[in-house]
Design a protein around this ligand. Structure first.
Ligand SMILES: Cc1cc2nc3c(=O)[nH]c(=O)nc-3n(C[C@H](O)[C@H](O)[C@H](O)COP(=O)(O)O)c2cc1C
Length: 345
């Protein structure tokens, strides 16, 4: 069935038309017209003008890199699914979910309200994007004891805010105890879950890496014993893998800098914001000699994710938990990347 217009008379006595896609989904709905004739004029006008109409996307101010944004969505979505269990394990679901992320983010953006905190004027992160970009890695080996100076914390938070996300630094001792307990509990639960281990195995298996995705064993970082002994236990990627190369054994830094990237809501367009904010944060950090690894385990278990919200009194939704610092040793080799053409819809 081809697309069609429907014309209806509302309870108010006014006339309204909608454009329906071949599958029956409503693509657009008109304003209310006082007369049927003017509504039919609207249909005629849409028929005549829609095909060649330009798109003035008023939701993006000087957005520099549409390609980068899309890529980030796919990376974020993919990476979350790497470790998100049960509901998102099949490849078919992954594909469907990824498509809806991009499409809905594009369609729904105009209806979103501005984030609660006003975003600062968008500054070009000139210092952050460029040669240093290639040096960005996820680092699961020790960091120095250097903290992140307050000035950088503020600057990185501004970057997240510019994307409609926010950073919550986890510094107060009580909060650190609470967040650490949640990461610890989640890592334990996951490492005992056969379905989780099987998925971990798939994402770290040679075949998968050959296809250009997943986490190579050289990037696993410190051993499970060291990672699990840390204040905030690292995810042990070897949990489901039989053969792995020797891993660094040095202890992790005692008190890593931890921050939670969160968004006002938890819809696909929030995931898009989180991905873009993450991209900015990671590149800005790399430009200053910092790297990150993730402590996302509690975010993958709904009950613990809610507890994290309570612990930090977040009105929004935590999307990523990051450990940030200056790597002591060499960076791991780059993780494989799928070709861009495979990622853009
Ligand atoms: C959105 C997102 C979430 C991730 N979550 C985790 C995590 O919870 N634990 C972890 O050790 N690594 C996590 N990773 C890192 C990946 O597992 C992997 O190390 C990384 O993508 C490798 O590529 P990179 O070195 O270029 O970052 C995450 C990555 C992304 C982008």
């Amino acid at each position: 069935m081809p697309a069609k217009f429907t014309l209806s008379k509302e309870k108010s006595g006014k006339f309204r038309f909608s454009l329906l896609a071949p599958n029956g989904q409503v693509i657009a709905t008109s304003q209310d017209y006082a007369t049927k004739a003017s509504a039919l004029n609207g249909v005629a006008s849409m028929r005549k003008n829609a095909a060649g109409a330009a798109l003035d996307d008023q939701t993006v101010a000087a957005q520099p890199a549409k390609t980068a944004a899309k890529t980030t969505v796919r990376r974020t979505s993919t990476a979350r699914k790497t470790t998100t269990r049960r509901a998102k394990t099949t490849a078919a679901k992954k594909t469907g979910a990824k498509k809806s992320v991009t499409k809905r983010a594009t369609r729904k953006a105009p209806a979103r309200k501005a984030p609660a905190r006003k975003a600062p004027a968008r500054k070009a992160p000139a210092k952050t994007v460029g040669a240093k970009t290639t040096a960005r890695r996820t680092v699961r080996t020790p960091f120095t004891t250097d903290t992140v100076p307050v000035g950088l914390q503020v600057a990185w938070r501004d970057l997240a805010e510019a994307e409609g996300a926010d950073l919550r630094w986890v510094a107060a001792p009580g909060e650190r105890v609470g967040v650490s307990a949640l990461v610890t509990a989640a890592e334990r639960l996951q490492q005992r879950d056969p379905a989780y281990l099987a998925e971990l195995d798939r994402w770290t298996a040679a075949g998968h890496l050959d296809e250009g995705a997943g986490v190579p064993p050289e990037a696993f970082g410190v051993t499970a014993a060291v990672g699990h002994a840390a204040e905030f236990p690292l995810r042990d990627f070897a949990g489901g893998t039989r053969t792995i190369p020797p891993r660094p054994v040095g202890p992790l830094e005692q008190h890593p800098v931890v921050t939670v990237l969160h968004t006002p809501a938890d819809r696909p367009d929030d995931w898009l914001r989180a991905g873009q904010a993450l991209m900015r944060l990671l590149l800005a950090a790399a430009a200053e000699g910092y790297a990150a690894s993730y402590l996302n385990q509690p975010l993958e278990l709904p009950g613990l994710r809610q507890q994290l919200r309570d612990e930090l009194r977040l009105s929004g939704w935590p999307q990523l938990i990051l450990r940030l610092g200056r790597p002591v040793g060499p960076l791991p080799p780059p993780a494989p990347r799928r070709p861009v053409d495979d990622l853009l819809i």
